[in-house]
Ligand binder design. Structure first.
Ligand SMILES: *[C@@H]1O[C@H](CO)[C@@H](O)[C@H](O)[C@H]1NC(C)=O
Ligand SMILES: *[C@@H]1O[C@H](CO)[C@@H](O)[C@H](O)[C@H]1NC(C)=O
Ligand SMILES: *[C@@H]1O[C@H](CO)[C@@H](O)[C@H](O)[C@H]1NC(C)=O
Ligand SMILES: *[C@@H]1O[C@H](CO)[C@@H](O)[C@H](O)[C@H]1NC(C)=O
Ligand SMILES: *[C@@H]1O[C@H](CO)[C@@H](O)[C@H](O)[C@H]1NC(C)=O
Ligand SMILES: *[C@@H]1O[C@H](CO)[C@@H](O)[C@H](O)[C@H]1NC(C)=O
Ligand SMILES: *[C@@H]1O[C@H](CO)[C@@H](O)[C@H](O)[C@H]1NC(C)=O
Ligand SMILES: *[C@@H]1O[C@H](CO)[C@@H](O)[C@H](O)[C@H]1NC(C)=O
Ligand SMILES: *[C@@H]1O[C@H](CO)[C@@H](O)[C@H](O)[C@H]1NC(C)=O
Ligand SMILES: *[C@@H]1O[C@H](CO)[C@@H](O)[C@H](O)[C@H]1NC(C)=O
Ligand SMILES: *[C@@H]1O[C@H](CO)[C@@H](O)[C@H](O)[C@H]1NC(C)=O
Ligand SMILES: *[C@@H]1O[C@H](CO)[C@@H](O)[C@H](O)[C@H]1NC(C)=O
Length: 746
């Protein structure tokens, strides 16, 4: 077993093994990779990184033999004080006795979690915020992922200025490979690795955030158009930490380097399960980044629709859920009874005429049969037929089609399981196929039961733009409430993450098309870089805004309605999406660039928040990297952090919190509060009017939550507070939990 272990990338190219999460295990010789935290030195005598490295070495066992140099894998400076090293359990025990030692644990193994999206987000080339922001010019986005294919047309530097003077990064490709688009590329996987992407994921996320314009991009002829990232004039700095999965020691090293290099935004489409922030490497790295003014955008995870399944929940991170866009690669099944069922497919070769329809899954003794495993298909005669298969069971969607094709089937209808609901994937199938919602699959099953000679046909309608139900929350998008800090509303926001076309590194499954250098994939991995791109656009017009201010701007201006002007739905059961699925709502980049008011947070305010979580002094010290004595800090409850949203429990009522807003809109302006209280709760705001006389003026208000009496039948309810002036609406969502969510199934 190598010392590399994994965090997950958050995309759902193949559904299984995504949620796998484990600790590194010892190799044959009893050694494994440990993440070792060391207490910051008491005085500032350790002036340079070399001094720190020597200090770290003093914690290694004194009995080390000649390969000791190989023991320390990465030495950390910014993200945490400490290092990763190959150690035995006995050596760790010895180390624990040394003064200044804080903790050591085996590194974690985490799973990995666009032609059209700028337009969908209201970004237009010739007018408005996209042009006014200069397409993110001058901003550097660091992408921590599986590397990049540098010669992809999306990374052309045509029209790109040279990197800003502050840039200090490196290019581990040969000298000629980096350019003014990819200004840095490094790998933290091993000394013999290169930043080259062998997976596709990192190429996809980087081009989504800041890919250049590429005309005629398409996916097997579908979704044809100009592919472009959200901030096409921003620079990219690539930090490779994953192949199929991601190593925690590499992630910390990459964030450490990105902070030194001078990135402005970090885009992190990976994560593990939720741990205390002191034990969560991404949270630690993001804290250090935030302290230096770097905005950190992370994927929320793909473990929906189940409750309390978020990753990357720290309040100094933007936690991004995934939603649909209005483009469909449309296809339809017509059943023998003339019922029409809609779905999608990424491979639309020719319409399939009326053929016999079979479902292998009716065999009670073969539990693999519904999933169309090769071993199950030879029990049913599928020759010349259309075959109904269910997603899941541990077999990929395209592999199911291959099995059907190999066993003589002519076409496949892929239906969802109940938890996948209405979210479908237009994959590059190897035979004519269509993916349909669970509800529609049930209709097909009912028809199969009712007919003696069932039959169906498939028609392909190509690329259709303008789905009025978009955006809708993807069924897989992880849900709140936050596990680690339920008093902070998470996810923060949703953005495009379903069926996103962006750059890819190899021709996809149907490999007769050798020019398939774009791919359509889904996941919160895809929504995160959209928000990273939006952050870059905002940063280029508001260079002095803190990460908290940018996040506030995104949250208070998000949309709650879809293109059809109805409340955003959840594709799990096609009902109105709740606050723990969409957070504040769907990102609105133009509005976020000009929000009127922002809820800002100084880095030191997080110390009061962390002490209020009842973390020990040591744990808070690990996060903020200095000695903290919580008895001497002003501990605050979670909901008192100056966050732009509210998440409260009705346990102790009444509860009063203060919020401070900073005027970044019209210098002279008056805001009046509008309150839509959550069911069961009264909300009182004092004062109800905020009168500003200058820019950057700060005003404070108080919110008091009281029970409105009577027994509430729901588990949670939602509402909002909105400050409105002539030119602005500043909305803060409110979630109220009436029970302890830890008792709920998830
Ligand atoms: C640099 O790397 C690129 C891509 O990996 C390759 O095409 C090119 O030939 C290399 N150039 C040199 C000078 O080695
Ligand atoms: C994509 O669109 C461009 C421009 O409209 C057109 O020239 C090209 O043939 C199209 N490609 C495909 C594969 O449809
Ligand atoms: C999540 O919690 C809500 C509220 O209790 C509940 O209605 C829903 O069924 C839960 N979701 C799942 C997937 O169990
Ligand atoms: C595709 O076209 C057929 C026939 O014109 C139509 O009935 C069906 O609704 C269309 N499907 C979609 C998904 O638009
Ligand atoms: C069924 O298919 C599996 C896998 O393709 C094969 O191993 C097995 O021998 C087949 N069984 C029969 C009865 O053909
Ligand atoms: C059901 O599956 C079992 C085990 O794979 C197989 O032996 C049997 O023939 C199948 N029955 C039918 C009706 O397909
Ligand atoms: C399978 O079904 C096809 C078409 O209905 C038929 O021609 C063929 O003989 C069947 N094969 C077997 C082995 O029964
Ligand atoms: C792959 O796609 C090409 C072009 O769309 C198509 O002609 C070919 O038949 C497909 N290959 C397979 C194996 O289905
Ligand atoms: C179809 O019939 C099977 C077996 O008789 C049954 O288990 C299943 O529930 C039926 N499905 C539907 C959707 O009616
Ligand atoms: C921290 O401890 C205090 C005092 O026991 C308690 O009131 C508070 O709810 C705790 N906070 C959290 C987040 O558990
Ligand atoms: C923390 O502060 C309190 C109150 O000032 C003091 O009593 C305590 O000794 C301090 N703890 C440490 C570890 O310094
Ligand atoms: C909180 O809500 C629950 C459920 O409605 C209710 O039983 C309880 O009395 C409420 N607590 C307070 C303090 O209002």
């Amino acid at each position: 077993m190598s010392h590399k272990s994994v965090l997950a990338l958050f995309c759902i190219v193949s559904v299984h093994s995504l949620y796998a999460f484990a600790f590194d295990s010892p190799d044959e010789t009893g050694f494994q990779t440990y993440i070792v935290h060391i207490e910051p030195p008491v005085s500032q005598i350790l002036a340079s990184f070399d001094d720190l490295d020597n200090y770290y070495s003093s914690f290694l066992p004194s009995t080390l033999n000649s390969d000791e140099a190989l023991r320390i894998i990465h030495s950390y400076h910014n993200v945490m004080k400490g290092f990763s090293a190959k150690l035995s359990a006995e050596e760790v025990k010895e180390m624990e006795k040394i003064e200044g030692f804080l903790s050591a644990r085996p590194e974690k193994v985490l799973p990995m979690h666009t032609t059209h999206t700028p337009d969908f987000l209201g970004l237009h080339q010739d007018f408005g915020f996209w042009r006014d922001s200069n397409f993110g010019e001058g901003v550097i986005i660091g992408v921590i992922d599986s590397g990049v294919i540098p010669d992809h047309p999306s990374f052309s530097d045509v029209g790109m200025p040279p990197p800003p003077a502050k840039w200090k990064g490196k290019c581990d490709f040969n000298l000629t490979t980096c350019n003014n688009k990819i200004i840095g590329a490094r790998t933290f996987m091993s000394s013999i690795d290169t930043p080259l992407d062998s997976v596709g994921h990192g190429t996809h996320t980087a081009s989504t955030a800041a890919g250049n314009f590429v005309q005629g991009a398409n996916f097997f002829g579908l979704a044809n158009g100009t592919a472009v990232g959200i901030a096409p004039r921003a620079h990219l700095a690539i930090y490779k930490v994953c192949s199929i999965s991601c190593s925690e020691s590499a992630i910390i090293a990459a964030m450490d380097a990105a902070i030194d290099d001078g990135v402005d935004v970090l885009s992190i489409s990976l994560g593990g399960s939720s741990d205390g922030f002191y034990d969560d490497s991404i949270a630690l790295g993001a804290y250090s980044a935030m302290e230096r003014g770097i905005f950190v955008s992370c994927s929320a995870g793909n473990s929906g629709p189940f409750n309390r399944t978020l990753s990357n929940e720290a309040p100094w991170i933007l936690t991004v859920g995934a939603s649909t866009i209005d483009r469909k690669l449309a296809a339809s099944v017509t059943l023998g009874n003339n019922e029409i069922i809609n779905g999608q497919s990424g491979f639309q070769p020719f319409d399939v005429s009326l053929l016999p329809l079979v479902y292998p899954g009716n065999n009670a003794t073969d539990s693999d049969a519904p999933f169309c495993f090769p071993s199950s298909l030879n029990n049913t005669n599928i020759t010349g037929k259309i075959v109904l298969c269910e997603v899941g069971g541990g077999l990929g969607r395209v592999a199911k089609g291959q099995a059907v094709k190999d066993a003589g089937g002519l076409a496949m209808i892929l239906m969802n399981t109940p938890s996948r609901g209405y979210t479908v994937a237009p994959d590059a199938h190897v035979l004519p196929a269509i993916h349909v919602a669970f509800e529609f699959g049930q209709k097909i099953k009912a028809y199969l039961n009712s007919s003696v000679s069932p039959s169906a046909s498939i028609t392909y309608n190509g690329t259709i733009i303008g789905d009025r139900q978009a955006p809708a929350v993807a069924s897989f998008s992880s849900r709140g409430p936050s596990f680690i800090s339920p008093g902070i509303l998470k996810p923060d926001i949703i953005g495009p993450g379903v069926n996103i076309l962006a750059a890819w590194s190899e021709s996809v499954e149907n490999n007769t098309n050798t020019n398939a250098n774009f791919n359509i994939i889904s996941g919160t991995s895809m929504s995160c870089p959209h928000l990273s791109g939006v952050a870059a656009l905002i940063k280029s017009v508001r260079p002095d805004w803190s990460p908290a201010a940018i996040k506030s701007a995104m949250i208070t201006t998000a949309n709650q309605l879809n293109l059809g002007n109805l409340p955003i739905e959840d594709e799990w059961q096609l009902q109105q999406a709740n606050i723990f699925a969409i957070g504040a709502g769907h990102v609105n980049p133009s509005k976020a660039s000009n929000p009127g008011l922002v809820y800002d947070i100084e880095p030191k305010e997080y110390i009061s928040y962390l002490c209020g979580l009842n973390y020990t002094n040591r744990k808070v010290g690990v996060i903020v990297q200095r000695r903290v004595n919580c008895s001497e800090e002003s501990n605050i409850p979670e909901a008192q952090l100056n966050y732009p949203s509210f998440s409260i429990r009705n346990r102790t009522i009444p509860q009063t919190y203060t919020r401070t807003v900073t005027n970044v809109g019209d210098p002279v302006s008056t805001y009046i509060v509008e309150i839509v209280p959550p069911a069961g709760i009264d909300v009182k705001v004092e004062p109800t009017t905020l009168i500003f006389s200058e820019l950057n003026q700060k005003l404070t208000y108080q919110v008091t939550f009281t029970s409105s009496g009577g027994v509430v039948s729901t588990i949670f309810s939602e509402g909002y507070i909105q400050w409105t002036s002539i030119n602005y609406s500043v909305r803060s969502p409110i979630a109220v939990r009436f029970i302890d969510f830890s008792s709920l199934r998830f």
